[in-house]
Design a protein around this ligand. Structure first.
Ligand SMILES: Cc1cc2nc3c(=O)[nH]c(=O)nc-3n(C[C@H](O)[C@H](O)[C@H](O)COP(=O)(O)OP(=O)(O)OC[C@H]3O[C@@H](n4cnc5c(N)ncnc54)[C@H](O)[C@@H]3O)c2cc1C
Length: 475
């Protein structure tokens, strides 16, 4: 049954058989990770060692922290330990949108930190420029394209939101014809063109960061899970206990994202939220011509439950987002399997681009996002300033993790910098409540956001209450 409040994805839903056909040969695997044919591999830690800085986590946060530490002080001994393989988690399987925003978008940043937003914006742009400079300086082959971001309105009420964003300087407003001249989807009603985003190949980025880190002398260990973190006294080294050895470090940086924080008191600040994606086969020339998309922007829509999509270097479409699924506080590989969500993404892809009827989806996967109640990273310092932790990037950590690396090092080195002076860095978000309250609250929020998307964006009493307390749920 179709109703008056249906979204465009319900009104223009393609036949189920078309969606099934497009997914027929899809494999449960992340395209990006498979696309790095011979990734760098590192041995497990098999003995005890002593170092100046130990970094836990082999995603972007850990890798950038190790690199920046060596760039700041080449003489320090830096060791990085990773539970499984570098980049197997969020860093290898994300959408590859590398945004300047450090605050999960302008609106979130302006609302939470109005007086320091101008500084946050400048620091974000400098951070993106520095990522691009590192890519160029080290010849990193990561398919980096600074092609910008196009936000699209797919429901009438979203047009005004984009106009408002444009008038606050977030980008250039495009009317229906202008946006469809850029990218031709019958669902588009308007667009907002922003320049402050680059696209990259997530898994190649991990691999190249690892190469740069190793070249700088960082000692990397994979398959090396840290079981515990202890400090015997108030000033000596901190000990990381692993199954097959221990690392004694003067300073420790934790970049463990959605996984349980080794400093227990930071655990309530994030919950793992599963985000899903599909990847098509490469588009043919005529399929691409039917869409346009010559400027290759990353695209997202303006709904609460939004999609993000982009072209890969070989002209596949990655299409992800919409369902953001919370299944409890444990990260479990089994949560990645959700055929109904992948079918929904396949359906929404064909609604967006009906020109692609018959296209095959080759890969489908998911990953855990470390959602915080304020949608961007928080920072913590523990064990008398010897251990620093950053997590909570929510769905926007590809660029922001490099900034976080510098914050972690500033904190561990006891430096008073523009970064450490930020309220965003000094203050923590509100924690999530314990279970079962967290699950009940998150389900109520998801349900309300979906309802708002079906009711011209109108927020119900629950969402308005959360807004008042600066609380939220996003991916
Ligand atoms: C599907 C998906 C799409 C996304 N799309 C985008 C996007 O387009 N743009 C964007 O900006 N962001 C996106 N994100 C978010 C982004 O990927 C993350 O914010 C970012 O990768 C976080 O990096 P990280 O290093 O902090 O975490 P991770 O990459 O998760 O790395 C953490 C690592 O720590 C290791 N670890 C944890 N505990 C231990 C331990 N005890 N001992 C040793 N190692 C440990 C883990 O094994 C893991 O490898 C997306 C995320 C997902 C899942």
């Amino acid at each position: 049954m179709r109703g008056a409040d249906d979204t465009v994805f319900e009104r223009r839903r393609p036949a189920e058989s078309l969606v099934e056909a497009s997914l027929r040969d899809a494999r449960d695997a992340c395209f990006w990770i498979e696309d790095v044919a011979t990734p760098l591999r590192f041995p497990p830690l098999r003995s005890d060692l002593v170092c100046d800085l130990a970094v836990v986590g082999g995603g972007y946060t850990g890798l950038w922290t190790a690199i920046r530490a060596k760039q700041r002080d080449p003489g320090r001994r830096v060791v990085l330990v990773e539970s499984r393989r570098l980049g197997w988690a969020a860093s290898g399987r994300n959408g590859g949108f590398c945004a300047a925003s450090l605050t999960h978008g302008e609106e979130n940043g302006r609302t939470r930190w109005p007086s320091e937003y101008a500084t946050l914006e400048r620091l974000g742009t400098e951070n993106l420029d520095a990522i691009e400079a590192t890519v160029n300086e080290h010849g990193m082959r990561v398919d980096f394209e600074r092609s910008g971001e196009l936000s699209v309105a797919v429901e009438p009420h979203q047009v005004g939101w984009l106009q408002e964003a444009a008038s606050s300087g977030a980008g250039k407003f495009l009317d229906r014809d202008e946006v469809r001249a850029e990218v031709d989807s019958p669902t588009y009603l308007a667009g907002l063109l922003g320049e402050e985003t680059a696209l990259l190949h997530p898994a190649k980025m991990v691999d190249e960061l690892a190469r740069v880190a190793a070249d700088l002398g960082v000692e990397i260990f994979e398959d090396s899970h840290v079981l515990s973190l202890d400090a015997a006294d108030r000033s000596g080294p901190v000990t990381l206990q692993l199954a097959s050895g221990a690392v004694r470090a003067s300073r420790v940086a934790l970049g463990t994202n959605a996984f349980p924080a080794l400093v227990r008191r930071y655990r309530p600040y994030t919950v793992p939220v599963y985000d899903y994606a599909v990847m098509t086969e490469p588009l043919t020339r005529s399929q691409l011509d039917s869409i346009g998309w010559r400027n290759r922007q990353g695209i997202d829509d303006a709904a609460n439950q939004f999609h993000y999509y982009r072209l890969s270097a070989d002209d596949r479409i990655l299409f992800g987002g919409y369902d953001a699924v919370y299944r409890g506080k444990k990260v479990r590989d089994s949560h990645e399997h959700r055929p109904a969500t992948h079918r929904r993404l396949g359906s929404h892809l064909l609604t967006t681009f009906p020109q692609l009827e018959g296209i095959g989806i080759t890969h489908r996967w998911a990953g855990a996002i470390d959602t915080s109640t304020r949608f961007c990273a928080f920072y913590g310092l523990a064990r008398q300033g010897r251990v620093a932790h950053a997590a909570g990037f929510t769905g926007l950590g590809v660029g922001a993790t490099r900034f976080a690396a510098d914050v972690l090092l500033d904190l561990l080195d006891g430096l008073d910098t523009e970064r450490t002076g930020l309220e965003m860095v000094r203050r923590k978000p509100l924690p999530f409540p314990p279970e079962p309250l967290a699950a009940v609250g998150i389900q109520a929020t998801r349900w309300s956001l979906d309802r708002a998307d079906h009711r011209q964006g109108r927020r119900n009493a629950w969402l308005r209450t959360l807004d008042r307390f600066g609380l939220g749920f996003d991916s």
